[in-house]
Design a protein around this ligand. Structure first.
Ligand code: MRU
Length: 351
């Protein structure tokens, strides 16, 4: 039986991919149906689908849907088309490793079935995209359990951006422990950074946590220091888009600032993410490509009128890299990695 999720699902006999449009939340809960590669590319680029693991799950199903709709005559042509589609989708956003990781997995699976013919390629792509989703559900549940094991009932947790169910499959990563804990009768006080400029914290984390009955308070990004100083939070939990071999971690812009503050106030700072986000081929954070986005997201996106003179350029990096020395632990589905990360992450990838 298929283990489906509401925000990324197949329809029309696997010829369409339906996603919850995250760019419209929390005001509108709308689903969009995608059938072609350009609209799938745009869905990633415009953050209709976002969050590293969700982008990976989406990419798996997207490549499968495109293959289902293809009129490529034989298995070889179908595989070549899948490779082209994979390269195209991978070029939509550079930072989250899950995108290229999922694309490579699907292409490899397709190629492995090619000797058995066209139908075998399609069913292998279906199987592999489903496996990416099923594994993510299991990984998020395990990550949430490990994260929950650190928390005591009633404690305060600060989070940045959105690493919840809609950024993954179920539970999420960084806010998974609090959602799982709530199901078990615990209550935590989550402080959600609004996360300028695209407000994933305000729009998505607050929406998900309040829907799950978790006590959440929204703060502006520049209030984190105050909240920490006042003793309102005992932990910082954040997600990740790519973890380099030495533990340097790319996540939403502003995350490294949170880590620096947490370090100053001696508050444990944890990164939570599936092992698919660990990229041992990237030696350290300096090798992670950071996505630069349109400055209008800062100047005018949320306002009736532009909030800065047109002549002023806006610098809009979408991610930053947190130095591994600021990270107390990296929580994956296989357990909690501790420093030195160059050793613990390598061990993790061998398990
Ligand atoms: O630009 P976004 O919204 O895709 O950025 C998302 C993040 O930075 C998340 O924290 C990260 O992908 C982890 S999601 C479990």
């Amino acid at each position: 039986m298929r283990n489906t999720i509401d925000h990324i699902r197949l329809e029309d006999g696997d010829r369409s991919l339906v996603i919850l449009d995250q760019s419209l939340l929390p005001g509108k809960k709308e689903y969009v149906k995608l059938t072609g590669a350009p609209e799938m590319f745009r869905a990633i680029q415009t953050l209709q689908v976002r969050g590293a693991p969700a982008i990976g799950i989406f990419t798996g199903f997207a490549l499968y849907v495109l293959a289902r709709r293809s009129d490529a005559a034989d298995a070889e042509a179908l595989c070549r088309e899948a490779e082209r589609n994979a390269d195209y989708l991978v070029s939509s956003r550079p930072t989250a490793v899950n995108l290229s990781w999922a694309a490579r997995r699907i292409v490899r699976a397709a190629r492995s079935a090619a000797p058995e013919g066209r139908e075998a390629v399609l069913s292998k792509m279906q199987e592999e995209s489903q496996a990416i989703l099923d594994e993510d559900i299991a990984m998020c549940t395990a990550i949430s359990e490990y994260g929950l094991s650190l928390l005591s009932d009633g404690c305060g947790v600060l989070t940045h951006c959105n690493a919840g169910p809609i950024a993954t499959s179920r539970y999420g990563t960084a806010i998974g422990p609090m959602i799982l804990g709530r199901e078990r009768g615990y209550q935590f006080h989550v402080y959600a950074d609004e996360t300028r400029p695209l407000l994933q914290g305000a729009r998505l984390t607050c929406w998900e946590l309040s829907n799950a009955g978790v006590d959440v308070t929204l703060i502006c990004d520049n209030m984190a220091s105050m909240v920490m100083k006042q003793g309102k939070v005992q932990f910082c939990f954040v997600g990740c888009d790519r973890i380099a071999a030495n533990g340097d971690t790319a996540n939403k812009i502003g995350t490294s600032g949170v880590a620096i503050l947490a370090n100053y106030y001696k508050i444990p700072f944890f990164v939570l993410g599936p092992s698919s986000t660990v990229d041992l081929a990237t030696p350290d954070g300096s090798a992670i490509r950071i996505e630069l986005r349109d400055g209008e997201e800062i100047r005018s996106k949320w306002y009736k009128e532009p909030m800065a003179p047109e002549c002023v350029p806006c610098y809009n990096p979408a991610f930053d890299v947190t130095d591994h020395r600021l990270i107390s632990g990296i929580i994956t589905e296989k357990g909690i990695c501790r420093p030195p990360y160059s050793e613990s992450l390598r061990r993790l990838s061998r398990e």
